[in-house]
Design a protein around this ligand. Structure first.
Ligand code: Q46
Ligand code: ZN
Ligand code: ZN
Length: 302
């Protein structure tokens, strides 16, 4: 198999594009896809400050690596979830990455903030670890970006993540969530812009890029990953992709062309009466979950 561009030995075939590439041209391809996504969707300009959220896994660390290589001004944020036997390793990879590439890293520790890890907090608040984790991460990313003058928050969601989330929401006809599966969610008041520059790349392409660039990343899975229903959808979509290469890519591009069918996913936001951050209700979900006493006092006063 020869590289389509230079006829040297190919190291990978991108089935969805029917494209064999050598190492040099594959690296160029990946970098080009990230820059194209940034340009196509007007994600960010080089002079703006980007907060890259990293978990220690391959997608978020590869995103940080790529944005740095492409010349964007980035800082890193890691949320230490306090999951014993998992979070220590994730954090170590984030710290090593920041040190290796000389990037500023901020760590928010849930145990330090709330005295307990996600597992214990989930039990106390009658939520599943994943729904609490999602709530906590979204709240802290946004708060940190807002309070520290970042223009946007970048996450490592790839094409497989976007397509499986889209599919899961389509199966449940959650229209407002469907509308939100876009590469950019615009800024709204204190809600910072969120961008997904890896949206044109598959998990396989990112893994190959990380391997070739020798990016050290954690290979462990979160102990709660098995509970996420979209993983089953990811698996089904992968089977479909084997028989019909390019299905995921064309499905997602088709969504972007037709997304107006699902409305704009816009809701009227106001500021939380307790913390001041955006919410659709009087008090945000974060405060309802973590500031129960203040919520009771507020309800008593009003
Ligand atoms: S980290 Fe958090 Fe995931 Fe672990 S607890 Fe669930 S949501 S599975 S991306
Ligand atoms: Zn080549
Ligand atoms: Zn609040």
């Amino acid at each position: 198999m020869k590289c389509r561009k230079c006829k040297e030995k190919a190291i990978i075939k991108l089935y969805e594009h029917n494209l064999p590439l050598c190492k040099e041209h594959f690296l160029e391809f990946v970098e080009g896809r990230v820059q194209k996504a940034i340009t196509d969707f007007g994600m960010v300009r080089k002079k703006e400050r980007v907060l890259v959220v990293i978990s220690g896994g391959k997608d978020s660390l590869t995103l940080a690596f790529l944005l740095r290589k492409l010349g964007y001004k980035i800082s890193l944020l890691h949320i230490d979830l306090g999951i014993d036997g998992y979070s220590e390793i994730s954090r170590k990879f984030c710290e090593e990455f920041a040190h290796l590439y000389q990037l500023p890293l901020q760590v928010i520790s849930i145990k330090k903030e709330w005295g307990k890890g996600i597992k214990e907090l989930a039990r106390e608040t009658y939520k599943s670890p994943c729904s609490l984790c999602g709530l906590v991460k979204r709240y802290y990313f946004n708060k940190f970006a807002y309070e520290n003058g970042f223009s946007c928050v970048a996450t490592g969601h790839n094409l497989d993540d976007m397509v499986s989330a889209l599919m899961a929401n389509l199966l449940g006809w959650r229209i407002s969530y469907i509308a939100k599966q876009t590469p950019v969610l615009p800024e709204e008041g204190k809600l910072k812009k969120r961008i997904k520059p890896l949206v044109y790349l598959t998990e396989r392409e990112i893994a190959a890029y990380a391997f070739l660039q020798r990016i050290p990343f954690s290979r462990q899975d979160c102990p709660y990953a098995y509970t996420a229903s979209f993983l089953k959808i990811k698996h089904l979509l992968n089977q479909l992709e084997v028989s019909s290469p390019g299905t995921k890519y064309s499905f997602y591009l088709g969504f972007l062309k037709n997304k107006q069918l699902f409305g704009e996913g816009k809701v009227t936001l106001r500021e939380c009466a307790l913390c001041g951050f955006p919410t659709v209700t009087e008090i945000c979900s974060f405060c309802k979950t973590f500031r129960k006493e203040e919520v009771r006092n507020y309800a008593g006063e009003s």
